[in-house]
Design a protein around this ligand. Structure first.
Ligand code: C2E
Ligand code: MG
Ligand code: MG
Length: 759
């Protein structure tokens, strides 16, 4: 069986795997992004704190130069000289500007007077032209601030004079402002300090102070101090800001706000460094997670695929017959309903066909179940082969198949398809060394003509099948409304039969059986007759099967036995043959009942012969064999009736020693000069003889048949040529006539010919 996984398996896989893989992928990506993001944050905050460090260090250096400057600005002498009408430049040079260069490295200095006039300019290289209006302008805000603070540090006293009360900050060294500017493209630190008296006193008027401005280059010693303080390496002074990854830049601004340069340094990136360190581990972890996810995904896919396969296998098994692989009854019903829905929509015609394998039970019983299985498989294959994909074939019970033929345009088309099927089935089926010839009975109903409801159509196809079987099997019937009446009449028949038994409407006819020399009537076969109240005679071929179906056969069978045994007394030398149906053997006390009947009629057992057909061996073989053996042991004769009509098996003959073998009348009627049929009859006669049985040929109708049977040593014969089944009185007359004729020694051949001529 090939099973395709159904789509739900793929869906399950996708429902589990896709979200799982996506989730894991997103988690891994998120972790990476988060790590990078926090590394950046950490880098950023490290840079920020370094900038603050630099800013603080720069402030400290600036404060330091103010402190160095303070010695010369807070000094009475300097105050008087700086504010004197004529500035003593030599004193200023010696004690202030050059002194500051010599002691503290201030390369440039200048004194700005009360009215913001330049009173003195100093350069360590005597190039005093450095103080251009532009440079002065850069320092002006700082100078102005220093002046303002100086003035505002004089507080008015109640006397109206001003007393010097500098702020806490200004008190430390001097009143100053620091800043940065560029001079010849070089950043310089500068301090602008008010030149004040050492001992401040009360003054009447507040005037702006003279201011000493002192410059020192940032490069060199000052930068070294900053490096030392910040403990950061690799400072570089650059002119322009030029943002680059991994470079920290501290922007230097003049008090005017103008950018005057940049301190650049390779910025430490702890976040990135940490990331670099853990990156390999992170990558390995991500790789491992990915590997685990892939393995899990593959395993899940595999599992769900297997699940889907076993699911669809289970579905297939639940819907199909294990032996033939065809849809089973339930699934067929579903498929039929779907097909009918379609034909309702498009108005097409659909045929529903029931197929019954004739005598399948016999195959099972005679050749065994494995042979039966092989036959079913072969039939299933052939049905499928004919229908191909143009319909549905199902096995709905042991030997019953059903088909749906969609788009069945006409009855002729269906007939054609069924011809194909019967031709195909007619081919011999090989079972080991044996070749079996199977036949089918077929019943069909057609939608919408016979209805559109699946159950109704199936019922009608079944009725048609019943009709085909009732008409002798190996044929087909299409449903016709009057068939339903037949089914109903069958019910009616069974009801009437029950009453007939009660009302004594049954009787017996007796058909004589003679030896082949035609000199002696050896036995008579009791055959049931049913004459209705209105005089119509119902054939046993019609009512015995109904009696079997309804179970009434037990009562009828006992009635026949009783009557036949009672009558046997009237013809002392003749054996009474009674047909016994297989169902009667199912009765657990059947043998006891026969014994009771024999006893009641005081009939010795050897005067009774019971006839059974091969079908008696179907099913519970052992019980039947046991019962047959008991009957035989009691002295009752046992005949195998209609031999050759079913799937005759020689094994019956071996398993049970029949006294008599009745060759089915079909063989005799087939003969008619046909060498093959003759050969069969001859071989049956020889076989029966070899097994020590008495051979009876049934259905003898012609003198030729008698000559043939005489020539081949058949023991006995029964048939219309000798006599039709006769009533009690007619039989008595017949027996008398027969005796007289033979006593008259007319000679066998002639006597028959004469009687035939009379008939
Ligand atoms: P069977 O046991 O094989 O009986 C022989 C049948 O063949 C009888 O049909 C008989 O009338 C018919 N027959 C005899 N000679 C000829 C002939 O030369 N030509 C033709 N065409 N037919 C011939 P009948 O009486 O209609 O019985 C049919 C079957 O019904 C019997 O077949 C037997 O199987 C069954 N049957 C009859 N009575 C009983 C009964 O009391 N109990 C049971 N269980 N079955 C019975
Ligand atoms: Mg019989
Ligand atoms: Mg017979």
């Amino acid at each position: 069986m090939q099973t395709k996984p159904n789509k739900s398996g793929g869906r399950i896989a996708n429902v589990i795997i896709i979200p799982l893989v996506t989730l894991v992928f997103l988690s891994v990506v998120s972790i990476f992004v988060l790590m990078h993001w926090s590394a950046r944050i950490s880098d950023g905050s490290a840079k920020q704190s370094q900038l603050q460090l630099i800013s603080g260090a720069l402030q400290l250096v600036a404060d330091d130069i103010a402190k160095q400057q303070s010695g010369v600005v807070t000094w009475d002498a300097a105050f008087y000289i700086a504010n004197a009408r004529h500035l003593d430049k030599e004193w200023v040079f010696d004690n202030m500007t050059h002194w500051l260069y010599a002691n503290h490295g201030f390369t440039k200095s200048a004194i700005v007077g009360t009215d913001h006039e330049i009173r003195s300019v100093y350069s360590h290289d005597q190039n005093n032209s450095w103080l251009t209006p532009d440079i002065l302008a850069q320092m002006t805000p700082a100078i102005a601030k220093a002046r303002a603070r100086y003035i505002t540090s004089f507080k008015k006293t109640p006397s109206g004079l001003y007393s010097f009360e500098p702020s806490q900050r200004d008190k430390r060294y001097s009143i100053y402002e620091t800043g940065i500017l560029t001079l010849n493209g070089e950043p310089h630190l500068f301090s602008a300090a008010a030149i004040a008296r050492q001992l401040q006193s009360v003054i009447a008027l507040r005037v702006p102070p003279a201011v000493l401005i002192s410059l020192t280059p940032l490069r060199g010693e000052k930068m070294a101090e900053i490096t030392h303080m910040t403990r950061l390496d690799g400072f570089v002074l650059a002119n322009n800001q030029n943002s680059r990854e991994g470079i920290g830049q501290y922007l230097l601004r003049a008090p005017t706000g103008k950018a005057v340069g940049v301190i650049a340094w390779p910025v430490g990136r702890p976040g990135t460094q940490m990331l670099k360190r853990i990156n390999p581990f992170l990558s390995i972890a991500a790789f491992m997670i990915a590997a685990v996810v892939i393995v899990v995904a593959i395993a899940t896919r595999h599992m769900t695929k297997r699940l889907a396969i076993s699911e669809s296998r289970a579905v297939h098994t639940s819907r199909h017959d294990a032996l033939s692989e065809l849809p089973n009854r339930t699934h067929f019903h579903r498929l039929l309903s779907d097909e009918l829905e379609k034909s309702k929509e498009d108005g097409s015609t659909t045929a529903i066909v029931y197929i019954d394998l004739d005598h399948f039970k016999d195959i099972n019983d005679t050749l065994g179940h494995s042979a039966g299985d092989q036959v079913i498989i072969a039939i299933a294959k052939r049905l499928k082969h004919v229908l191909m994909d143009n319909g549905i074939v199902a096995r709905i019970s042991g030997d019953e198949f059903a088909m749906v033929v969609p788009n069945c345009k006409s009855d002729e088309w269906l007939d054609y398809i069924l011809d194909q099927i019967q031709d195909e089935i007619a081919q011999p089926i090989k079972i080991g060394a044996r070749e079996l010839h199977a036949t089918l009975s077929i019943g069909a109903a057609i939608a919408p003509r016979d209805g559109l409801d699946p159950d109704e159509l199936l019922r009608k196809a079944d009725i048609a099948l019943y009709d085909a079987k009732a008409n002798g099997r190996n044929r087909r019937s299409f449903f016709e409304p009057n068939m339903e009446d037949q089914v109903q009449s069958k019910d009616k028949l069974s009801r009437e039969l029950r009453l007939a038994l009660k009302n004594d409407e049954l009787s017996l006819a007796y058909q004589p059986q003679s030896d082949t020399a035609a000199q002696r009537i050896v036995s008579v076969e009791a055959l049931a007759r049913w004459t209705k109240e209105d005089g119509t005679v119902v054939s046993p071929a019609q009512f015995i099967p109904v009696a079997e179906e309804t179970g009434l056969i037990n009562d009828i069978g006992l009635w026949v036995l009783n009557k036949a045994c009672a009558k046997a007394h009237d013809w002392p030398d003749i054996v009474m043959s009674v047909n016994v149906s297989p169902n009667q053997f199912k009765h657990p006390r059947f043998v006891e009942k026969i014994m009771a009947i024999l006893a009641a009629n005081n009939l010795p057992p050897h005067r009774l012969e019971i006839e059974v057909t091969e079908s008696v061996f179907a099913g519970r073989n052992d019980t039947v064999l046991k019962a047959l053996r008991r009957l035989k042991n009691l002295g009752i004769k046992v005949a195998l009736d209609d031999f050759g009509s079913g799937y005759s098996s020689l094994s019956y003959l071996r398993r049970f020693p029949f006294d008599t073998l009745k060759v089915d009348r079909d063989f005799l009627s087939d003969m008619n000069g046909n060498p093959e049929a003759e050969a069969i009859v001859v071989s049956i006669i020889q076989l029966g003889k070899a097994l020590g049985m008495t051979i009876v040929a049934e259905g003898i109708e012609t003198i030729e048949q008698i000559r043939f049977l005489q020539a081949h040593g058949c023991h006995r014969m029964q048939g219309y040529f000798i006599s039709k089944p006769l009533g009690e009185k007619e039989l008595a007359q017949f027996l008398d006539d027969f005796k007289a004729e033979n006593a008259g020694n007319i000679g066998p051949g002639l006597s028959y010919t004469l009687r035939a001529a009379e008939a």
